[in-house]
Design a binder for this molecule. Structure first.
Ligand code: JHZ
Ligand code: SAH
Ligand code: ZN
Length: 418
């Protein structure tokens, strides 16, 4: 399998910023990549879709973003396989989010919560159980059906200005609009903000949580970069974006989930007092130079070193005839496998609990995905932990693997075996 040269300059060095129209300067080219959540059946022979995965940073508003956009219908559709409830940690996280909204954010007589990207209903089912008016908006109708079975109301649609206007006209305005791991997936922010403006009550809040660029740089988690993740937010870039569209950043909370995220709260100007955490994070970002090119260029060098080390480790094990399997067929793993050239010759099987991924092949490099039972029934001496963001949960339930002499391979923040 061929891999791009470490010295490769991005095929396209610059593009126009999707937020401010300024100049996005590329800092890392991860090569041509498949759709990260397109797990094909073994007998599907049609040419796989691929696109150039290049990431850059806007010189003007400092928003980190992809240079190429994948059409949204290719990614999010009836067969979209990701299920938010596949992790008990994430399920507990979203139950707590819902409980907080229910306890603190619902002022009026007939409160209304809207979620963008409600997936299988992991957050809204707690709201539904409390009997509070709500609506999830999600174009992936397969996961939406699961949400509906859990008592959640879902509109099978992409959220955008027209959707928001229609909801406001038929159901009234919302107290809270929430989006977890979804806003960073949507390039067309102008339409999103116009929709938020149409749908949010005057004192309402727009809350979103997404991977934090500061953590991605610190943890070298280059696998957060894939088709679905269009933006990589910081307090600096989110504040500039919010201002540009008539909103104010009033809170930021660091979260440990998914390898480090920030929850941002936006309100209409003057409606909420900004928490001191906003200024503190802005200061910290200025201090570490997040607006300049240096941290991104260093990150790109570190990512090439990880690829080198991971390939050396895996090819060495193959030469010794040692078996390696993968744990968690994550969307993130598409970037790792395709950037590092990891196919079934280096990782024989990837185990995953998601029925919609099992019996299929990983995108691009075609490693078979199998049900988790096989991980225990036919243990390999090495397991590559693709779902490293769920490490605490996974290591707790897989303690037998380590006790039997099995070893975990990690690739962020560096390649490590233990
Ligand atoms: P996980 C997806 O990313 C795509 P992925 C998306 N773009 C995004 O931002 C995040 O989700 C939110 C499996 N698993 O959460 C389930 C086990 O097999 O890291 C999943 O297939 N056993 C919307 O896919 C995968 O691993 C387990 O014990 O990178 C985890 O995927 C656990 C905990 C998970 O997100
Ligand atoms: N909020 C969940 C789901 C994240 S998966 C969680 O944090 O785990 C991202 C979801 O966003 C998918 O279900 C996808 O179908 C949905 N999505 C993508 N683009 C969207 C858009 N424009 N409007 C609404 N939902 C969208
Ligand atoms: Zn910009």
């Amino acid at each position: 399998m061929t891999v791009a040269k470490p010295s490769a300059r991005p095929a396209q060095p610059a593009a126009a910023c999707r937020v401010c129209g300024g100049t996005v300067s590329a800092f890392l080219d991860l090569g041509r990549q498949p759709l990260s959540d397109a797990f094909r059946k073994p007998d599907e022979t049609a040419q796989e879709f691929s696109f150039p995965l290049v990431v850059g940073n806007c010189r003007d508003c400092s928003m980190t973003q992809l240079l190429h956009e994948v059409p949204r219908e290719r990614m999010f559709h009836a067969e979209y396989p990701y299920r938010s409830s596949g992790s008990t940690t994430m399920t507990a996280h979203f139950t707590a989010v819902a409980e907080r909204f229910l306890a603190h954010e619902l002022g009026g007589a007939d409160p209304f919560i809207v979620e963008i990207g409600s997936n299988d209903g992991v957050m809204l089912r707690t709201v539904a159980a409390a009997g509070v008016r709500h609506l999830g908006v999600d174009p992936s109708s397969g996961v939406g059906l699961t949400a509906q079975h859990g008592g959640v109301r879902v509109r099978d649609d992409f959220f955008q200005e027209s959707t928001a206007r229609d909801i406001a006209a038929t159901e009234g305005r919302a107290d809270v609009i929430y989006a977890a791991n979804t806003f960073c997936h949507i390039p067309y922010v102008d339409s999103i903000f116009a929709g938020i403006d149409a749908l949010l009550r005057p004192d309402g809040i727009f809350v979103f949580e997404d991977p934090y660029i500061g953590d991605i740089l610190d943890r070298r988690s280059f696998d957060q970069i894939y088709d679905e993740h269009f933006y990589f937010f910081s307090a600096t870039s989110v504040r500039a974006m919010a201002r540009n569209f008539g909103f104010e950043l009033v809170d930021v909370e660091r979260l440990e989930v998914h390898g480090g995220e920030v929850r941002y709260t936006l309100a209409r100007p003057g409606r909420r007092r900004a928490d001191a955490r906003v200024a503190a994070l802005l200061d910290a970002e200025a201090h570490r130079g997040l607006a300049g090119p240096e941290p991104y260029e260093r990150f790109a060098r570190e990512v090439y070193a990880i690829r080198e080390d991971l390939r050396t480790l895996l090819t060495g094990l193959r030469e010794q005839g040692v078996r390696v399997v993968g744990y968690g067929a994550t969307a993130k793993s598409a970037t790792v496998n395709n950037f590092c050239g990891i196919g079934p010759d280096l990782v024989e099987t990837v185990y995953d609990t998601t029925p919609e991924k099992q019996g299929r092949l990983t995108p691009g490099t075609h490693i078979p995905v199998a049900p988790m039972a096989g991980f225990r029934a036919d243990p390999a001496p090495y397991a590559l932990l693709y779902a490293w963001n769920h490490e605490t949960e996974i290591l707790a339930k897989e303690s037998a693997f380590r006790e039997a002499g099995g070893r975990w391979i990690r690739y962020v923040p560096e390649v490590r075996v233990d």
